[in-house]
Design a protein around this ligand. Structure first.
Ligand code: 9YT
Length: 129
């Protein structure tokens, strides 16, 4: 059994801090679960364009409020605590955080911890552990 606590992640590769968000990766590829599991803070007032062309991601909001926009259609969805959005078609999207948001994110395939968004807002696939 794996026990992973937010309080143990500080100062490790499992914390990825960017101007718009801070991702705390409780489970990574090397944990062998077949997915990665993140507790991510989205900073208030930020706008983040993302397009995970190599990953499926489900995002469950547990705190805060914002809007996710589907780039293909322009459709916007209000996101607040208790809402999940799932990028089942590798959807290109924009997340606008009206307040600070806290999101539980699951990635399939799992991220290794070394990924950064490329210019399209994607993470590469197949990085070594
Ligand atoms: C909600 C969202 O997609 N934020 C970007 C960071 C990403 N979810 C991650 O790596 O935790």
């Amino acid at each position: 059994m794996i026990i992973s606590r937010l309080t143990d992640l500080e100062g490790t590769e499992r914390v990825v801090d960017t101007p718009n968000w801070c991702s705390r990766r409780l489970l990574l590829k090397k944990d062998g679960m077949g997915f990665s599991f993140h507790d991510t803070i989205i900073r208030a007032g930020t706008e983040t364009r993302m397009w995970y062309q190599n990953h499926l991601e489900a995002v469950y909001c547990i705190e805060g409020e914002g809007v996710v926009e589907e780039v293909k259609t322009g459709v916007k969805h209000a996101i607040s605590a208790g809402t999940v959005y799932a990028l089942n078609e590798n959807d290109q999207h924009v997340l606008r955080a009206q307040t600070q948001m806290r999101m539980v994110c699951v990635f399939n395939p799992p991220v290794t911890g070394k990924e950064v968004h490329d210019e399209a807002g994607a993470y590469p696939v197949g990085l070594a552990d």
